[in-house]
Design a protein around this ligand. Structure first.
Ligand code: UP6
Length: 257
């Protein structure tokens, strides 16, 4: 069956970040997000400059950097690289608390609302988490991805829970750009499906992580975007690995059109 392409879907989405992401994927021919789970912001910046031309977004975990030599100004340098090289910043905060706490985590803590285009959130506490992110975003172009499914072995997400997340997303479709998921969940063209737990060789990773191939994720499960972390930053040649993942994921997307 013929699917709408990213460019056509960009016209059907009201969220500015979803629109930007769909347009970047079209312009740069990449549906790859690099999960930069490295030890320092310096290393992250170096890698971002190298792989930047081949990714549509970089994913960060800002609270994983050791506080002893942490400098938040480096994340603003990443912001500049992202703007220069035309990719977005996804902060994988996985917010899960009540609205008031999430507001402080988003606005105060690491000033995430200032530098991240979009963030991830669990919907387990209900729609208040989205309302907090909307309030914290002010008039900036921002969005969130709701975690509808997880890649880790033994996770507690049920089908009923996933359906509940979809319902919350539909009720807040102005701010929810899509889902972190294992497969396509919604036929609404505005929602972008984004899948972590991806490696060129499928199988079990460390500490319960489960990997699928880009082909399986995009072609068979009809997700839109793959997130790759260790497959890139642990590779002998991260640039070559980035290009390999980009080409595999984009070829799979093209096969569906
Ligand atoms: N992530 C998952 N699975 C999920 C949600 N998020 O792996 O269900 C995140 C992890 C990590 C990245 O927190 O940052 O995606 C995957 O990295 P990897 O490719 O090195 O396994």
């Amino acid at each position: 069956a013929k699917q709408l392409n990213f460019q056509e879907r960009a016209l059907l989405t009201a969220n500015p970040v979803a629109k930007k992401l769909l347009n970047i994927m079209t312009q740069k021919s990449t549906n790859l997000i690099f999960s930069a789970d490295v030890d320092s912001l310096d290393t992250l910046l170096d890698l971002a400059s190298i792989v930047g031309p081949h990714i549509c977004a970089i994913k960060t975990h800002i609270n994983t950097f050791a506080v002893e030599n942490f400098k938040l100004d480096l994340i603003y340098k990443l912001r500049n690289v992202a703007d220069e090289q035309n990719f977005l910043i996804l902060e994988d905060s996985k917010f899960a608390d009540i609205g008031n706490t999430v507001y402080k985590q988003y606005v105060d803590g690491y000033h995430i609302c200032e530098w991240a285009d979009f963030v991830t959130a669990h919907a387990v506490s209900g729609p208040g988490v989205i309302e907090a992110l909307v309030k914290g975003s002010g008039n900036r172009d921002r969005a969130c991805l709701l975690i509808a499914q997880m890649s880790s072995d033994g996770n507690l997400v049920s089908e009923a829970y996933t359906n509940g997340v979809l319902k919350i997303a539909e009720d807040h479709s102005g701010f929810v750009a899509g889902f972190i998921c294992r497969q396509k969940l919604s036929s609404k063209p505005n929602f972008i499906h984004i899948t972590p737990g991806v490696k060129l060789a499928a199988g079990m990773g460390t500490l319960g992580q489960q990997y699928l191939t880009p082909d399986e994720v995009i072609k068979n499960r009809q997700s839109d975007v793959v997130i790759v972390g260790s497959g890139i930053y642990q590779a002998e040649d991260p640039l070559a690995a980035t290009i390999a993942y980009k080409e595999a994921a984009f070829a799979a997307y093209n096969d569906l059109l």
